[in-house]
Ligand binder design. Structure first.
Ligand code: MN
Length: 248
């Protein structure tokens, strides 16, 4: 609809993203997903501090790239909002960020640099491997591991560089995408890749994708993202198949 406000639609997409991430056990009481405003790249939408499964559109507020709320300045916010603000500042191509503590990715985060690699064709976005953020290198060996300042967010964004996913040692993962749908896909499929990789490692040494195979697989990713998002909306009761009387 011409002239329609994109913000309510983006908030609804973020609510769906939260539900989908809960459904796949990517987030639990912790974790968050944000989206950059399409008509104002210096701003992004993120829920106030709340468990992901409880987030409604009314909980989602606007932040600037310093990581602070624009209007509701005293709203309770996530300590780790700087993950989002500093990645948006560093990566103009990124329009959505998912931060999570999904268990197998935490396992991968403590397995050492280079341990986590793409094993299946749905995970080409993992490329030649996933960068690993080591907070001890920037803040010493006595932190609570949280990205609780702009400086730490900036260091995380530097480690992410141009990758789609960054592991955070002893903590979790941050996945990024050009859309909410792509960032959610990467968060869910990173955990799936970890599951497949660990299963294979119980039987022997896995055959990982070559960098060229990963790149070729990523070439079809927009179709994968579109199909999984439609299915996932249905899983959370927002898809066409779950609406009686809707044809198609
Ligand atoms: Mn965290």
């Amino acid at each position: 609809m011409p002239g329609a406000d994109p913000i309510p639609e983006l908030k609804a997409t973020l609510v769906s993203a939260n539900r989908i991430l809960v459904h796949h056990d990517i987030v639990d009481g912790f974790g968050h997903v944000s989206a950059r405003l399409p008509d104002n790249p210096e701003r992004f939408l993120l829920a106030r501090r709340k468990a992901p499964g409880l987030v409604t559109a009314d909980d989602i507020i606007e932040f600037d790239l310093s990581g602070e709320p624009v209007v509701e300045k005293h709203a309770p916010t996530f300590l780790e909002r700087f993950i989002h603000s500093e990645i948006y500042a560093a990566r103009p191509d990124v329009n959505s960020v998912v931060h999570s503590h999904s268990p197998l990715m935490v396992a991968m985060s403590v397995a050492g640099q280079g341990a986590f690699r793409p094993v299946c064709h749905t995970c080409g976005f993992l490329g030649e491997g996933t960068p690993l953020f080591e907070i001890r290198k920037v803040a010493g060996d006595a932190t609570n591991l949280l990205i609780s300042s702009r400086e730490l967010g900036k260091a995380l964004a530097e480690t992410l560089a141009d990758a789609g996913v960054v592991l955070m040692r002893g903590h979790g993962t941050t996945a990024v995408g050009a859309s909410v749908q792509q960032a959610v896909y990467r968060a869910v499929y990173s955990e799936i890749n970890a599951r497949v990789q660990l299963s294979a490692q119980q039987m022997g040494v896995p055959e990982f994708l070559t960098p060229a195979e990963a790149k070729a697989c990523e070439g079809t990713s927009s179709l994968q993202v579109e199909r999984t998002w439609a299915y996932w909306l249905d899983l959370i009761g927002q898809g066409r198949a779950s609406q009686p009387g809707v044809a198609g």
